[in-house]
Design a protein around this ligand. Structure first.
Ligand SMILES: C[S@@+](CC[C@H](N)C(=O)[O-])C[C@H]1O[C@@H](n2cnc3c(N)ncnc32)[C@H](O)[C@@H]1O
Length: 320
């Protein structure tokens, strides 16, 4: 998700002077129909703003789960907030994976893939989940590494951490620990982790280079990076990116594949592989954009986005 959604939530009732809008205020309904507003809308909002809006969004998402609503990572920004599933988040886990997990861990799944199904995890290993959310992938990892291993979940959002800890207790998992912190400054020592997983989080960071350097630092030599994330498959024009930013939550900060590869290599990783797990069609994007009726050229933008965005499983190694 982007700053956009939470900013919209925060500003919906505000009386915004459209011409005075700055990103991310330009994403308010009041502003986005005004052609003179937010000509700089594609430029990224300040890092602190993004962090706070991401926190607010996922804090709300947890409340929705607790109150029994269905949850969504990528719903349209002008919709009713968190509600309904979306083509990115839904049907990620098989029944045999979710059987035995607490219901709230499954409902609070805001990922875009199933990293533990694709990652190699061995008994006794230490796993770290970057942006663990409600803890579903931490609990699945904990089962795989067994009592001699351990699964850490790192998240910055208090409500997510509270839910994840409750889910771990409900699951009776004793080899898990949830840490509060930023994926840009991982609170673990150098070379202390065997496998890094993550599910639809790195695209949210405003400093992906730092996240990847930190991931490499905490992995032991030979350690594995095994992450699900959103990846852009071809260059998109600024207006198309802007619509994507307005319509969706979790894909607006996504990198193009070549950028992701280059950043992983610059951080010190080798053997980078990017495998598509879902490629989003025009109809998928239209579903996510359905509340954004005011966009001036929806059809052209949907055509430009057709097949341009994917969920991918990204692997790499820290050299021995
Ligand atoms: C899209 S949700 C994914 C949650 C979980 N991985 C899942 O699959 O359900 C993003 C999560 O990442 C956390 N997050 C986002 N940016 C973060 C950052 N910079 N540092 C730590 N946590 C972050 C949010 O609080 C939220 O819980």
């Amino acid at each position: 998700m982007s700053a956009t959604d939470a900013t919209v939530t925060a500003n919906t009732s505000a009386n915004v002077d459209a011409k005075a809008c700055n990103p991310p205020e330009c994403c308010t309904p009041e502003c986005r129909d005004n052609p003179e507003c937010c000509t700089d809308a594609a430029s990224p909002p300040a890092t602190d703003t993004v962090r706070e809006t991401v926190k607010a969004r996922y804090g709300q998402a947890v409340q929705a789960v607790i109150q029994g609503a269905t949850s969504s990572c990528c719903g349209a920004s002008s919709g009713p907030g968190i509600g309904g599933t979306d083509p990115i988040t839904r049907n990620l886990y098989s029944a045999d994976q979710t059987d035995g997990l607490p219901g709230d861990a499954v409902l609070a799944s805001f990922g875009c893939g199933n990293p533990t199904a694709l990652a190699e995890l061995r008994a006794g290993e230490i796993v770290l989940d970057l942006g663990a959310g409600g803890g579903i992938d931490v609990l699945l990892s904990a089962k795989r590494v067994g009592p001699t291993g351990k699964a850490y979940g790192l998240d910055m959002t208090d409500e997510m951490l509270d839910l994840a800890r409750r889910n771990a207790t409900a699951a009776g998992a004793t080899n898990v620990e949830f840490l509060k912190g930023d994926i840009e400054a991982i609170p673990l020592p150098d070379a202390s982790v065997d496998v890094i997983i993550s599910n639809c989080v790195i695209n949210l960071s405003t400093d992906k280079d730092r996240v990847l350097r930190e991931a490499c630092r905490v992995l032991r030599p030979g350690g594995r990076f095994a992450v699900s994330d959103i990846v852009i498959r071809r260059a998109l024009s600024e207006p198309v990116k802007r619509s994507m930013f307005l319509w969706t939550g979790c894909i607006s900060g996504a990198l193009e594949e070549h950028e992701y590869r280059a950043k992983l290599e610059a951080a010190g990783f080798t053997g980078v592989e990017v495998d598509p797990t879902r490629i989003y069609s025009r109809d998928d994007t239209a579903e996510m954009a359905k509340a954004a009726e005011s966009d001036r050229d929806v059809e052209a933008t949907l055509a430009a986005l057709d097949g341009a965005v994917m969920s991918a499983f990204i692997r790499a190694q820290k050299p021995v």
